[in-house]
Ligand binder design. Structure first.
Ligand code: FMN
Length: 358
């Protein structure tokens, strides 16, 4: 039994004290109701995983236009807040901490999700050329999004601000701004999806403006020590690309560093990403605060990056789906349950709350 690992040491994150350095990565599981109301089974699921030092919730839309998948939760109505309260209570009762991940899908949405039935909003009218959109009628080809008017952007920023306020009302310990994986903020950041000619496109400073306005608004609502930001400079999911990732992310990350957010959540690489253009070491050099890394980390690789001082926290995704007691299994070097991919997205308790513990 090896319990001496640095991963199991506590870590203070602003005003929060994490009992270990293992974060449960945000994972969409599509078990809310179609109106985006979190369901009681989600309280069971998250509470089962409360031994993580910190849980980041599944991505949660900040406004109706932000939805891009079936049965994902929202945080823009009083009912959403009440639904989430059950979850934050259950996690806190089990001794855990939980942030809500704030999400707007942008071009990864579909007209069937838009309240006015129109094209999904995005920085530019460029549709992803790979992948499909998941609708209530099954997978469909991506639609060409409409480019947001400059005058519409403050309203979207306000949605993030209100969502952060509601998250705190719902009992969350903080919020994570989802700036990764090809959703709206990422679409603004990278020039493969942003060809705007106003203040939100063109230069790196302009492309990072939307991210930073959102982050500033959210900080204004909940304070910097309750805000994390997730970025995926090497991610190609949702057909993302950038002509100069180092230039884009060195600027964006240095700006986030100035804002003294709780931590930067850096996805090094996901399955299917061909190359690492921006390394953990570079992120570490640009960001002066706590750094969490994610993307295929095992216990051993996690220990390595933290011991070497390259990161402070390690976020783990898929292994947490099938191992509610992942931290205990890591402590005991116990074998891990294998995940059932067929039950990742939607369904009932099967593959959700019925994985066994040691
Ligand atoms: C089922 C599933 C759902 C996911 N949903 C989200 C999400 O809502 N928000 C997000 O930022 N990343 C999401 N991701 C990405 C994970 O947070 C994580 O970055 C990825 O699984 C790589 O980490 P891992 O190798 O430890 O699993 C999801 C991944 C999976 C497998």
């Amino acid at each position: 039994m090896t319990t001496h690992s640095i991963l199991f040491s506590s870590y203070s994150l602003g005003s929060l004290s994490l009992k270990n350095r293992i974060i449960m990565a945000p994972m969409t599981r599509n078990r809310a109701d179609p109106a985006g109301n979190p369901q009681p089974i989600m309280a069971t699921y998250y509470a089962q995983r409360a031994s993580a030092g910190l849980i980041i919730s599944e991505a949660t839309q900040v406004c109706p236009e932000g939805r891009g998948y079936p049965c994902t939760p929202g945080i823009y109505t009083p009912e959403h807040v009440n639904g989430w309260k059950q979850i934050t209570n259950a996690v806190h009762k089990a001794g855990g901490l939980i942030f809500l991940q704030l999400w707007h899908c942008g071009r990864i949405s579909h007209s069937s999700y838009q309240p006015n039935g129109g094209s999904p909003p995005a920085p530019s009218a460029i549709e992803p050329r790979k992948g499909e959109v998941m609708t209530y009628q099954g997978p469909k080809p991506f639609e060409t999004p409409r480019a947001l008017e400059t005058s519409e952007i403050p309203t979207i920023v306000a949605h993030y601000r209100n969502a952060a306020k509601r998250a705190i009302e719902a009992g969350f310990d903080g919020v994570e701004v989802h700036g990764a994986n090809g959703y709206l903020i990422d679409q603004f950041l990278r020039n493969g999806s942003n060809t705007r000619t106003d203040n939100y496109g063109g230069t790196v400073e302009n492309r990072a403006r939307f991210l930073l306005e959102v982050v500033d608004a959210v900080i204004g609502e909940v304070g910097p020590d309750r805000v994390s930001v997730r970025l995926s400079p090497n991610g190609t999911f949702n057909d993302m690309s950038d002509s100069d990732p180092v230039a884009t992310y060195s600027y964006a990350i240095a700006e986030l560093s100035k804002r003294k957010i709780a931590f930067l959540h850096f996805i090094e690489k996901m399955m299917g990403d061909p190359a690492v253009h921006v390394t953990v070491a570079q992120a570490r050099s640009w960001f002066k605060g706590p750094l969490a890394v994610n993307g295929g980390f095992t216990k051993e690789r996690g220990e390595e990056v933290v011991s070497e001082g390259l990161a402070d926290l390690v976020a783990i995704g898929v292994p947490f789906i099938s191992n509610p007691d992942l931290v205990e299994r890591f402590k005991r070097d116990a074998p891990l349950n294998q995940p059932d991919m067929g039950t990742f997205y939607g369904g009932n308790e099967k593959g959700y709350t019925d994985y066994t513990t040691l």
